[in-house]
Write a protein that binds this ligand. Sequence first.
Ligand code: COA
Ligand code: MG
Length: 329
Amino acid sequence: MSFTTIEPNAPVRLYRSKLFVPGSRTALFEKAAASAADVVCLDLEDAVAPSDKDAARDNIVAALHDVDWGGKTVTVRINGLDTSFCYRDVIALVEKGGERLDAIMIPKVGCAADVYAVDMLMTQAGDFVGRKKRIGLEVIVETVLGLTNIDEIAGSSKRLESLHFGSADYAASQRMRTTNIGGGNADYVMLTDTAPGRARDRHWNDLWHYPLFKMVQAARAHGLMAIDGPFGDYGDADGFRAQAMRTAILGCEGKWAIHPSQVALANEIFTPPEKEVERAEAILAAMKDAQGKGLGAVALKGVLIDAASIRQADAIVRQMAMIRERTKA
Ligand code: COA
Ligand code: MG
């Protein structure tokens, strides 16, 4: 390890699925609260029309007090810093939102100063009303500026808990020639070389690999959670699963659900498979035994395990303990 260690910047939260609910659709609030999502996000930004912004803000402030959100993490997505709604969102939530709010999500963050500005407003408003609980911050990386400045953003505030990747706005910002939200594009392919007598294969590539990889890397380097954003075609469960599985393998802890049907899919994919948990538990037991005998590296079922295996296994076992705690009857 380096002499520089990475400390978690955030409280430990279970974050397999984050269900979005437009702040203007109050009939959905109780349904979201009763859902199996680990996290709920009440939205003030793109799911709310400009003419509804004030009413949606009032709805959300009321719901933070009135709805029983159970053990969920409750977050609110505010409007971006380039709008005239942003400061009003922050002040209303912090001054009037009560103590149930866990985190504020900032969209389209471009540089560390964006986070600094919101943090400053939150701190002033929180001190003014004598808030007891710390409200966290979450950032959506969904512009080329945000991705370019991702390291300084990831280290920008003690309140910061997670980075999220938003594919639709990111694609627009980079002027990518695609309109799908997450998932594949049939034209983003490699053709295998020509070979006599053989048809050429088309290999689909992952449009989102580079920004997601970069985001997970920056998040982890700063002790933050990394969360994959939306998958727009909510009728395509297989497409969602495939996208979620790729990002789970890359290191994301969860994924947004933009429709309730995606909650169970995200919970399924971001719960470590039983076999993986069993192996992780076996690794920890074997390494404990090995350490007792003064050994550093041993074999488990013909595969090398050592101190790095303990760190990998420990992360899986701790994640599973949180899931068991959340889902116990
Ligand atoms: N949270 C909780 N419940 C929801 C929900 C949500 N986000 N979206 C739909 N539901 C409920 C519906 O009320 C309906 O309930 P019912 O069976 O009791 O009648 C059920 O789930 C099925 O809904 P459906 O008719 O398929 O969806 P819809 O046409 O009402 O809405 C969307 C579809 C996509 C517009 C809606 O899911 C939505 O607004 N999602 C969030 C969008 C968002 O916030 N985007 C911003 C982030 S990208
Ligand atoms: Mg967006």
